[in-house]
Design a protein around this ligand. Structure first.
Ligand SMILES: [Mg+2]
Length: 252
């Protein structure tokens, strides 16, 4: 295989790649929602924002920037609070270990902030975890010296899209290739709309906004409640017991 600078998940020549959202998907709760609800403008305004993004009247980029701008606490203090309150999905560690043994790279595509995701994975998986992260970032607000000052940080978006991070950009580097691996995606919410149509099989978290979107848009998917069901389905596909088309059963 040639250079994989632009497609690092191909470095080990895998037959399958698992792209996934982070917040509320790898973890049970969304760390950005947690910050907004407990330290920022609160759950009601956030829920309304989700409704507006799904309805297409507000872009995720603008909604999400407003959420994060409403959190005044210094970034390092936010991270410490999240480390105490955010937990891993109950089936993720087992899936992660299995994927490592079976040459199935996991790529996190996140609308969240890279240093927050890194700090959480250090706690949740232990410091030697091996997952590529493509996400938004964080930097000092204009006029602020440090992200660790009060009102000191803001989102730095991955790209210029209406999503802030257009997750299709990374996925299409792979899907456009001939003889490419089979690709999966797992997500839960409005940060995943740009990824929903891009892979061979979409796992959408039960009872969450991504399911609503897929049904509105006619996007094939299968629901999951935690990674134990994702894990079983992927193992069955890898073993040839089922295929990505059969597995897209919608709500189960
Ligand atoms: Mg999410």
């Amino acid at each position: 295989m040639g250079s994989t600078t632009d497609t690092p998940a191909l470095a080990t020549n895998p037959k399958f790649i698992f792209f996934t959202d982070f917040d509320g998907t790898v973890t049970t709760a969304d760390s950005n929602d947690y910050l907004t609800d407990t330290l920022g403008y609160g759950i009601e305004k956030r829920r309304q924002g989700n409704v507006d993004v799904l309805a297409g009247t507000v872009h995720f980029r603008d909604f999400f920037k407003g959420m994060m701008d409403s959190v005044p606490l210094p970034l390092d203090q936010c991270v410490e609070i999240l480390k105490k309150n955010i937990v891993l999905d109950p089936g993720f560690k087992e899936f992660y270990d299995w994927s490592q043994e079976n040459n199935i790279p996991i790529v996190i595509l996140s609308g969240g902030m890279e240093p927050v995701i890194r700090a959480l994975l250090d706690v949740l998986l232990g410091p030697s975890w091996n997952i590529q992260i493509v996400s938004n970032n964080v930097g000092p607000r204009p006029g602020s010296k440090s992200v660790n000052d009060e009102n000191g940080w803001e989102l730095k978006f991955h790209d210029d899209s209406i999503h802030g991070h257009d997750k299709s950009i990374e996925i299409r580097k792979y899907s456009s290739l001939p003889n490419r691996p089979t690709m999966f995606y797992a997500g839960d919410g409005v940060s995943d709309l740009s990824a929903a149509k891009e892979t061979d099989l979409l796992f959408a978290k039960a009872d969450k906004d991504l399911v609503t979107y897929c049904e509105m848009e006619g996007v094939p998917f299968v629901t999951f409640r935690d990674w134990t069901t994702i894990s079983q389905t992927v193992k069955d596909i890898v073993a040839g017991k089922t295929n990505v088309k059969e597995a897209a059963k919608g709500r189960i």
